[in-house]
Design a protein around this ligand. Structure first.
Ligand code: FO1
Length: 330
């Protein structure tokens, strides 16, 4: 292909950030100068919430900060070298959640975003405006402009109750047994402007190795996204978030168990399904540690590719991204 390929990736969380960085790097290695025109990231916004009067967008910010090179890579969220002076004040006032930290630099992002939302900009417009500060080398689109929370229903000694994903994740560290994950109201919303169009016009659509339930799941739940993936002429290539039958990080295994999906590369492929059937995938990248699953994946009608999946440094992330692009022959 002589022109730069149009690459769309659905992503959220740390796995999503690393994969997006890898894609930008792989495109640069191919000589694509304007990666921002070539690479579009459709980001999960189910983690978003209002807290202390500001709008937080954890996955949007993780990916933005990672692309800008200002992320706290060790912690996996927030800004590198951040301080917590304002957070201490908020806690002293009893504002926000005592288990949830808002860094000072991070709060600057939330304040800027909230101000623009209050002025009437849509989340898509805010994200577009925020992309001018740093050379991100990618275009970010929220999955929808509507506020759609990921809600976790749990069962414990107090019975069955529901809470925002962030409470389950950061306060309870996913230790409360989830019964279900839902996005209330999602059936009545639309994809953000441009989402269906970029998928339709893509040369390849990628599912990042993000949590299939709480990162990719909410994006697929937005009406129109599945249909766009099923109808695009572009190959749809997914990357397994499972390596050696285990989750790489986070709590995807707990989430998968709650929806009745085994923590294995083949089971997650089956969860997404084959596009030749009623699912989404043409190809599925699995780890060398899971090579034995290749036949099972092929039996689902999905082309499987065995390749190293560890994104432990920038070079490995770029190699994985290049393997995903090559799988789609772009
Ligand atoms: N994760 C934590 O484990 N503890 C926190 O206090 C916390 C604060 C926080 C503030 C802003 C933000 O954008 C993300 C934050 N995260 C925090 C990360 C976040 O909870 C999750 O890791 C993601 O939503 C999962 O993708």
């Amino acid at each position: 292909m002589s022109r730069a390929p149009r690459v769309v990736v659905l992503a959220g969380g740390v796995g999503g950030s690393r994969f997006v960085l890898g894609l930008r790097s792989a495109l640069r290695s191919r000589g694509v100068a304007d990666t921002a025109s070539a690479l579009t990231v459709v980001v999960n916004t189910g983690d978003d919430l209002w807290l202390s009067g500001v709008r937080l967008q954890p996955d949007v910010d993780s990916i933005t900060y990672a692309l800008a090179g200002v992320n706290d890579a060790e912690r996996g969220w927030g800004r590198a070298g951040d301080t917590e002076r304002v957070n201490h004040e908020l806690q002293a006032w009893g504002s926000g959640w005592p288990w949830f930290t808002l860094g000072d630099l991070d709060l600057g992002t939330h304040l800027a975003r909230t101000g623009w939302l209050r002025e009437g900009l849509t989340p898509t417009e805010v994200l577009e405006r925020m992309s001018h500060r740093w050379e991100l080398g990618a275009r970010l689109l929220p999955m929808t402009d509507a506020e759609v929370d990921t809600v976790v229903t749990v069962r414990d000694e107090d019975g069955i109750r529901s809470m925002h994903f962030q409470e389950w994740w950061t306060r309870h560290r996913a230790t409360l047994e989830p019964v279900s994950f839902d996005n209330p109201g999602v059936t009545g919303v639309e994809p953000a402007p441009g989402v269906a169009e970029v998928i339709a016009d893509a040369d390849v659509v990628l599912l990042a190795p993000s949590n299939p339930v709480v990162s990719i799941g909410p994006i697929l739940a937005v009406p129109g996204v599945r249909a766009a993936l099923r109808s695009t002429a572009a190959p749809v290539v997914g990357v397994s978030p499972i390596i050696g039958g285990r989750v790489v990080r986070g709590m995807a295994d707990v989430c998968l168990a709650a929806i009745g999906v085994e923590t294995s590369a083949a089971a997650v492929a089956a969860h997404y399904g084959a596009r030749s059937g009623d699912g989404l995938l043409d190809s599925w990248l699995i780890a060398e540690e899971d090579a034995l699953a290749a036949d099972e994946v092929a039996g689902l009608g999905i082309h499987s590719v065995v390749t190293p999946l560890w994104m432990t440094d920038a070079a490995r992330s770029a190699a994985l991204a290049e393997a995903a692009l090559a799988t789609a022959a772009v």
